[in-house]
Ligand binder design. Structure first.
Ligand code: CO
Length: 186
């Protein structure tokens, strides 16, 4: 499906709050193609020439509900400063199976393809998570042990399955409230 800044649903659309359902495995061709299209979006979104031409907002992850499809699928690509992929996942039914007590947050706050307005403030999440999922790139069930930026991205994307957006976590009265001992990720 065509995925660009116009087809991605925003937080003024109540669909974004809908809960996503498990995807039946083995994955069918339509779901697989959707997930591959999502992955392609994320990849192309950080390639300037393509992003500009196709109206893509830069992203590290996208979940199916952002296209109005309430299925537990998410695509994530992290790249280094040269644009080389550091990790790449196309996940079906990802689930957090354990998480650290220690918290972490991004020093610059979070962003989201479905959020247009600025929402400044710290979003505290677990510093480390273990996620179990079926990855269609590796064609098997995997367990991702994530810390740092990847741990944050995974939790952000999995929140979309619950209809939760990053700014729901921001302290309303004191957006830059500093939690003791929480890691700051630059
Ligand atoms: Co998001």
């Amino acid at each position: 499906m065509l995925i660009n800044n116009e087809t991605i649903i925003k937080d003024d659309n109540e669909l974004i709050r809908q809960k996503s359902k498990d995807v039946e495995l083995p994955i069918n061709d339509d779901d697989r193609q959707l997930l591959l299209d999502m992955l392609k979006y994320v990849d192309n979104s950080t390639i300037e020439e393509i992003a500009e031409k196709e109206n893509l907002r830069p992203a590290v992850g996208i979940s199916a509900i952002q296209l109005g499809i309430p299925k537990k699928m998410t695509a994530i690509i992290l790249k280094d400063e040269e644009g080389n992929k550091v990790c790449e996942y196309a996940l079906v039914n990802p689930k957090i199976i354990s998480n650290s007590v220690e918290k972490a947050c991004l020093a610059n706050g979070e962003g989201c393809l479905s959020v247009v307005n600025e929402h400044e403030g710290y979003v505290y999440r677990s510093a480390r998570v273990k996620v179990k999922a079926y990855d269609i790139l590796q064609e098997k069930e995997i367990i991702i042990k994530a810390d740092g930026y990847l741990a944050i991205v995974l939790q952000h994307e999995l929140d979309h399955f619950k209809g939760v957006l990053f700014y729901d976590h921001i302290n309303k009265t004191n957006p830059y409230y500093r939690q003791d001992n929480a890691l700051m990720i630059d």
